[in-house]
Design a protein around this ligand. Structure first.
Ligand code: UD1
Ligand code: CA
Length: 476
């Protein structure tokens, strides 16, 4: 059920200059999803009656993400007046005039925040009767954050931004997380009056707090149970710290679900991954985007799975796979490279230094050593000999290769596509297949071998080869 007395405003209009990046700060990824996606997922879980997202910098890219992640939300375009205060002011103006509930404001750069922390804030705010309530934390390093200044009887008085703070105020360890809830009437009254007389010449939403307390209103500051969830992302150091923290949480979650993760320190698992109980993840492994791994599978060591589906009891070692389907009871690697469109059916093998792309490989088929299979379809029970490849590219276009079930492809066969090999057919070693092979046929096209007796003695006399050959013949 939606909470019609709650409106959520996400602030996503800022430039994020401290990232020093061509990519907007809020689009930098964390556990496989942009920073802002995490915040949108968290606030969406609250089922607020209104969700508004304020945009400006790289407006179209941010708005596209919002449309995808929070389809029911309203985009508010911030004008040229800078600052979080102006952003909130314009969002409040976009609310229906008769909205009379609470407004939760969340900075778009706080990706570790979770719904439970917000729910506790909303509950405490509503039961306290305060005009505004905010989340606070004691951080080891408060640099850059706004500090909460308390007055008489430890009452919250105001927030001072780091850049505006005196040396004494900077010693305050209690910070403002950029997450607040206000009675809408308080915002409507105070936001239009905010000035820009501060170090950044911006309208600060944090100045609403002082305006309220000066009028005798009560403001609550509630310490979050897990302070780390309030850490904001302003630069790449904070991004990496937050990513590591989130990764550790994700790994603990899967461990409790029955997944063995041998070395959490070198394992990376994205937010949208799904792992079954009794999956084993070995050191140096990344399981990314919406990868799904079934029970009994062993992934790693040193493996990257990017948006892959892995079947039961598959073993994937020291390999790299993207957009690939790996069947049950298969063996992949060590050192295999599965590119998009690879579909390895159950009991198959893609082995050492084999590469596949856009390749459908039937049940029990083996590409065990040094193969390249691209734009191809292999039937069941195919054995592809060491070094055999599909030559799918004629320099201009890509062409398909089909290899029938239970065929035996000898080492170093080259399929010059487009070409078909029928079911149960054979090739000889080194065959260059340029025309179709009927079912059950043996294809060979290498020249007969000639042995030129005594060639080494006449052409390479006195070499180590010559000596070895002479002693071999005298031994006879
Ligand atoms: C802000 C708070 C600070 C708090 C910190 C918590 C203010 C004035 N300061 O500082 O007290 O400790 O967050 O992380 O609010 N944004 C807009 N429009 C703008 C400017 C910013 O939508 O004109 C958005 C940004 O995209 C960002 C969020 O607001 O998602 C916060 O902006 P940022 O510049 O990161 O504020 P901080 O300096 O971190
Ligand atoms: Ca920030």
């Amino acid at each position: 059920m939606s909470d019609s007395n709650l409106a959520v405003i996400v602030l996503a209009a800022g430039q994020g200059t401290r990232m020093r990046s061509a990519t907007p700060k809020l689009l930098h990824p964390l556990a496989g999803a942009p920073v802002l996606s995490h915040v949108l997922a968290t606030v969406s879980a609250l089922s607020a009656g209104h969700l508004l997202v304020v945009v400006r910098h790289e407006r179209d890219r941010i708005a596209a993400l919002v449309a995808e992640d929070a389809p029911g939300s309203v985009i508010v375009d911030q004008d040229e007046v800078p600052g979080t205060g102006r952003a909130v002011e314009q969002a409040v103006d976009a609310l229906p005039g008769d909205f009379d509930g609470d407004v939760l404001v969340v900075n778009g750069d706080v990706p570790l925040l979770d719904p439970a922390t917000l729910e506790r804030l909303i509950e405490r705010h509503r039961s306290s009767g305060a005009a505004a309530s905010l989340l606070s934390a004691i951080l080891d390093d408060a640099t850059g954050y706004g500090r909460i200044i308390r007055g008489e009887a430890e009452r919250v008085q105001r927030i001072v931004e780091h850049k505006d703070a005196t040396a004494e105020e900077r010693r305050v360890a209690e910070i403002n997380a950029g997450v607040y809830i206000f009675r809408v009437a308080a915002l409507r009254a105070e936001l239009p009056r905010l000035g820009t007389d501060n170090a950044q010449s911006e309208k600060y939403v944090t100045d609403v707090i002082q305006a309220l307390t000066e009028r005798g209103e009560m403001v609550g500051a509630h310490a979050a149970e897990e302070a780390w969830r309030l850490e904001g992302i302003n630069d790449r150091v904070q991004l990496a710290d937050a990513a590591a923290r989130l990764n550790a949480e994700i790994i603990r979650f899967w461990q409790r679900e029955g997944v063995t993760v041998q070395d959490p320190a070198t394992t990376w698992i994205d937010r949208d991954v799904s792992l079954a109980p009794d999956v084993t993840v070995l050191p140096g492994t990344q399981i990314l985007r919406a990868s799904v791994v079934a029970t009994g599978a062993v992934i790693g060591p040193d493996t990257t799975l990017n948006a892959c589906e892995v079947g039961e009891n598959a073993v994937v070692r020291r390999s790299d796979a993207t957009l690939a389907v790996i069947g049950a009871d298969t063996t992949v690697g060590p050192f295999a490279y599965l590119r998009p469109g690879t579909q390895l059916a159950d009991e198959g093998t893609i082995g050492t230094f084999s590469e596949t792309k856009n390749a459908i490989i039937g049940r029990g088929s083996k590409l065990a050593h040094f193969n390249y299979v691209g734009d191809a379809e292999l039937g069941e029970g195919v054995n592809l000999g060491a070094g055999s490849i599909t030559a799918n590219y004629d320099g201009v276009d890509k062409h398909r290769t089909e290899i029938g079930s239970h065929s035996r492809v000898a080492s170093h066969t080259v399929f010059v596509a487009p070409v078909r090999m029928g079911d149960g057919a054979y090739t000889g070693a080194g065959t260059v297949v340029r025309k179709d092979i009927p079912a059950g046929a043996l294809a060979i096209n290498v020249a007969p071998q000639r042995n030129m007796e005594g060639w080494v003695a006449t052409h390479r006399p006195g070499t180590a080869a010559d000596e070895a050959a002479q002693s071999a013949s005298s031994d006879r």
